[in-house]
Design a protein around this ligand. Structure first.
Ligand code: 5RP
Length: 228
């Protein structure tokens, strides 16, 4: 049975609170996007107001607005790796691979995750799956000839559907379209094949990227993988 909405929010909050313990003073932190990441940003802003010195790289305009309002210094320039990135996920498997991007921020989220020494997921327990691919995989594509790109994705066995919002195509922060694509099987080979299609800018399969997932559950906070 699904958890009540208040319990789900409490689980997200508990996961975000545990992730805040990983933030080291004087470092650059990657801030994810979505309702769970919001709790992390909120907590980080509180710590910044209490004197913590950090800078943040944001993965979306929405997270930027929240971070700025909370007084977290934002940067887009790093001369090395980010120390830590913390983000939500749509599906997480037992090996801490995940599907992301149902909030539409997958391209920047993957860049930030890849640029970080430690990438940690935060989620409520509804995100745990035995196998990825329960729902659609978001694929960000260039608007130019997007129907042709969509057909190429179909040739990999996918069923792409253009994401719409308020009767219009959804546009990412980068000005691109999202094809929410259902696949029979989702694996690392599919990830590589999608990257081989011109017009595909990024997809929401994150294989081997997260070191750990902090998951709020009815029994308390669970850790999948190893907390770095
Ligand atoms: C946005 C994302 C989000 O992290 C993902 O959709 C989870 O969101 P939420 O925490 O609201 O469930 O990938 O692009």
């Amino acid at each position: 049975m699904a958890n009540a909405p208040a319990e789900v929010e409490a689980q997200k909050q508990a996961a975000a609170a545990r992730a805040l313990e990983l933030v080291r003073p004087g470092t650059i932190v990657g801030l994810g996007t979505g309702s769970t990441a919001r709790y992390f940003i909120e907590g980080l802003a509180r710590r910044v107001r209490s004197g913590l010195t950090v800078q943040a790289v944001v993965t979306s305009l929405e997270s930027r607005a929240q971070a700025e309002a909370g007084g977290i210094p934002i940067t887009e320039r790093t001369d090395g790796w980010l120390d830590l990135a913390v983000d939500g996920a749509d599906e997480i498997d037992p090996a801490v691979n995940c599907v992301k991007g149902r909030g539409g921020a997958l391209l920047r989220e993957k860049i930030v995750a890849h640029a970080s020494r430690r990438f940690v997921l935060i989620a409520d327990e509804s995100k745990l799956v035995g196998r990825l691919g329960r729902g659609a995989v978001p694929v960000e594509v260039l608007p130019f000839l997007w129907e042709a790109t969509s057909r190429s994705i179909e040739s990999l066995g996918g069923q792409p559907e253009l994401r719409m919002t308020a009767g219009r195509p959804f546009t990412s922060d980068n000005g691109n379209l999202i094809l929410d694509t259902t696949f029979g099987t989702v694996d690392a080979a599919l990830s590589a094949a999608l990257h081989g299609i011109p017009g595909v800018l990024e997809h929401g399969l994150f294989f081997g990227m997260a070191r750990a997932a902090i998951v709020g559950s009815a029994a308390g906070v669970r850790i999948l993988g190893e907390l770095p």
